[in-house]
Design a protein around this ligand. Structure first.
Ligand SMILES: [Mg+2]
Length: 315
């Protein structure tokens, strides 16, 4: 384990260096407070620190205060040393944030034991930091899984709800357009009937991959449930959204997939958020457009009718 020793008295420094090295530590040394502080500001600095209180430059006790103020990650373990018998030195050092205090001249056995405590505590801090890092990574995975559809890897409804709320508020605040495409695979039941659910799952994955490749990074492709999908398109009007829907429709129609020889197609309903429109109404209008696409023969894109906006009667 690496230890920083800051000590301005040359014989004391030599003695500490030789003892610590003998006890199996790897020693970095500083001859005054400024040098010690410089080393501690380095990213790869030792986390076990032995500081002389009285040093030219920055005093040991001031270094501890600074360390405690700036500490973000794994905390340092700091032992302050000074000549014994100087009043309430130990109390002052501990109050300033030191972990321990050892008076000079050193009792070697005591010093060795106290440094060993520092090593143990530092080890615990590091183990805790590693566990915390793993926990954070696991939380990230859990949170990603909670927002992802298992089969297709697309966003799920929960993710849609969060993203939709943000996109709506941004669209309303900045007056940007916001569009939504509601999608349903045509005659999907026939796929399941002919190829079983495994075949059906493959088609859902193929459609999802195709859709995912064609949307922009800022769009949100969602598996709504079964063979239903939604794409949310921020800063996009219904004409641009319909153009994307048409590209996806045409590509899907032309791509022979797992369900060949069944000709797979999809129907699309497109709606753009209107002034003062409630989000549920936007989804409803996209769905109504999708039903029209179905009723008009499927494999097509239909743009939702605009709701008539009520105008105030003027005299
Ligand atoms: Mg000194």
């Amino acid at each position: 384990m690496k230890v920083l020793i800051a000590e301005d008295d040359a014989p004391s420094l030599r003695m500490l260096q030789s003892l610590l090295t003998k006890w199996g530590y790897s020693v970095t040394s500083a001859r005054d407070g400024n040098e010690a502080w410089k080393i501690l500001c380095d990213t790869q600095h030792p986390s076990l620190v032995i500081l002389d209180w009285m040093m030219p430059g920055i005093e040991g006790i001031e270094i501890v205060r600074r360390l405690r103020m700036n500490e973000g990650g794994t905390p340092h373990y700091v032992i302050i040393t000074t000549t014994a018998g100087s009043g309430n030195s130990a109390v002052q050092a501990l109050d300033a944030g030191a972990d321990d205090f050892v008076g000079k001249p050193f009792n070697h056995g005591e010093l060795q034991a106290r440094v060993a405590v520092g090593r143990r505590v530092t080890g615990l801090h590091q183990a805790l930091a590693e566990k915390l890092q793993k926990l954070e990574a696991a939380n990230e995975t859990i949170s990603r899984l909670a927002r992802t559809d298992d089969l297709t890897g697309l966003h799920n409804r929960r993710s849609f709800n969060d993203f939709f709320a943000l996109a709506l508020s941004a669209a309303r605040r900045h007056g940007h357009p916001l569009s939504l495409i509601s999608i349903d695979l045509d005659y999907f039941k026939a796929v399941n009937d002919s190829f079983g659910h495994t075949g059906g799952d493959l088609v859902l994955k193929e459609f999802s991959n195709l859709m995912q490749e064609m949307v922009r990074a800022e769009d949100l492709a969602v598996r709504w449930g079964g063979e239903e999908f939604i794409i949310l398109l921020p800063q996009t009007n219904c004409e641009a959204a319909a153009a994307l829907a048409e590209r996806i429709r045409s590509k899907f129609e032309q791509t022979p997939g797992s369900a060949a020889p069944l000709a797979m197609t999809a129907s699309f309903g497109v709606a753009e958020l209107q002034d003062g429109e409630h989000e549920d109404d936007l989804i409803r209008r996209a769905d109504e457009a999708l039903y029209r696409a179905k009723n008009e023969g499927r494999n097509r894109v239909v743009i939702a009718k605009k709701k008539r906006t009520r105008r105030k009667a003027t005299n």
